[in-house]
Unconditional design. Structure first.
Lengths: 211, 228
């Protein structure tokens, strides 16, 4: 690829996604230094890519819920609306009868990835990257912190924008268990531990890189 | 008539047209006489520095803005050119043909240095809310709005796609799996994979155009308000 040639959209897509082979990046970036048209194309491709990721995440979130999965099975198995209505009522009745005996999904460790987080203090290694899109259960180290009955936990992305937050009661242990109900895409995150006072004082921050 | 955006200069320093009105591709950049350019810079000829800035400033600005956002962009662009000119005059650039690679290296080092400073600041200022941003580009409100709009359209298309097609796109764009892994596990050829991506892109585009024709005024008003 010569730096003089315009860039194909597929090449630009590979570039913005970080998939372009190293030997092609130099030539591509030389071209982008000079070509306003391809600079604009790169921007469009990047916006499209970010939009696709956002749309796919939303679709996954909406279809990943137990109710949505159940509905899809339903649609496939039972044809007529009348039959569906009948089965809905029957299943609802069965669910109500069984529900008190079901173990809480929150307490089960099987569906979650457990991660121990401790704060960075100059010289400590960042935790090894964790797979994105897994359900996460974080165990935040509270050593040397004032023990509160409730903490406010915020997960922020690389720009500092919150992506998840909740109040978390403390059971009086050295670690605070936090279950992140949202699946996070790959990227650099920070988990911020705050008190629940009006001014929300930041107590500690933990790095959380996801790949 | 398509809703068009006002012609404005965005943070990349480019004049921006509406997506759907880019029809003709301009000619590719012409080969540069780098020897002449470097000679003039070394000779402290003002035209050398002027041409250097004229030729490369948009590209440098584009690269820095994409990596670091719009914050302090002009300062960083200026610093880049100062470094390049000083290096050329010192004789650090032995081969004029390598000028572009040299500019590229200087820009990358600017980016790396900024990220190092931001990471260090984040560690030192742990008690402060926010702290320096590592990447500012995603906080561009106009860009966020465009992404949200596009994502809404894409979500509609994705919802109507076969589950298998959606899974392939999810693996590639969201889970960032390599293409060969996806093709192997989903039993696709490379051609089928590329065809699927093209089909999805085409459907995204069709729905986008339908929406644009239906509500052109909204797009113009949004643009007006963004530029206010």
């Amino acid at each position: 690829m010569s730096y003089l040639d315009h860039l194909h959209e597929e090449t630009l897509e590979a570039y913005v996604m970080g998939n372009l082979p190293e030997q092609e990046i130099n030539s591509l970036e030389d071209h982008l230094l000079l070509c306003e048209h391809c600079q604009l194309q790169t921007r469009h491709v990047e916006l499209d890519w970010k939009a696709k990721r956002l749309a796919l995440q939303r679709v996954r979130d909406s279809r990943g819920t137990p109710m949505a999965s159940l509905w899809q099975v339903w649609e496939g198995m039972f044809g007529s609306p009348a039959k569906k209505a009948g089965w809905v009522m029957a299943c609802a009745a069965a669910a109500i009868a069984v529900f008190p005996y079901l173990p809480s999904a929150q307490e089960s460790n099987l569906a979650y990835r457990n991660i121990e987080l401790s704060a960075m203090r100059g010289g400590e290694e960042l935790p090894a990257p964790v797979q994105s899109n897994e359900r996460l259960r974080l165990h935040l180290d509270l050593t040397e912190l004032d023990k509160l009955s409730v903490y406010h936990v915020v997960v922020v992305d690389a720009s500092g924008d919150p992506v998840w937050q909740a109040d978390q009661p403390n059971r009086g242990e050295e670690k605070l268990d936090v279950t992140i109900s949202k699946r996070l895409v790959a990227g650099s995150y920070w988990v911020r531990l705050m008190d629940t006072a009006a001014n929300r004082r930041l107590l500690r921050e933990y790095p959380l890189p996801l790949r | 008539m398509l809703a068009t955006h006002d012609d404005t200069t965005n943070s990349y320093g480019n004049s921006e047209d509406d997506l759907s009105t880019i029809i003709e591709t301009p000619p590719a950049p012409m080969d540069l006489n780098l020897q002449d350019l470097v000679d003039r810079i070394r000779a402290e000829d003002p035209s050398g520095m002027e041409d250097l800035y004229r030729i490369f400033s948009k590209g440098v600005r584009f690269y820095l803005c994409r990596q670091l956002g719009a914050q302090e962009l002009e300062d960083k662009v200026h610093d880049t050119f100062v470094i390049v000119v000083q290096a050329v005059r010192r004789g650090d650039l032995r081969e004029p043909d390598r000028l572009m690679g040299f500019i590229r290296t200087v820009v990358r080092r600017q980016v790396a240095a900024h990220i190092d400073v931001a990471i260090q600041s984040r560690r030192e200022y742990l008690g402060l809310e926010g702290g320096p941003s590592l990447v500012d580009s995603s906080s561009d409100p106009e860009e966020n709005f465009i992404i949200q709009q596009k994502a809404e359209l894409m979500e509609k298309v994705l919802g109507g796609m076969p589950k298998r097609d959606r899974e392939i796109l999810t693996r590639f764009y969201l889970d960032e799996q390599p293409q060969d892994q996806i093709c192997r596990e989903m039993r696709l050829s490379e051609t089928q994979f590329r065809l699927l991506k093209s089909r999805a892109k085409s459907r995204f585009g069709e729905l986008g155009k339908k929406k644009l024709f239906r509500k052109p005024i909204q797009s113009v008003f949004v643009r007006k308000s963004a530029s206010a």
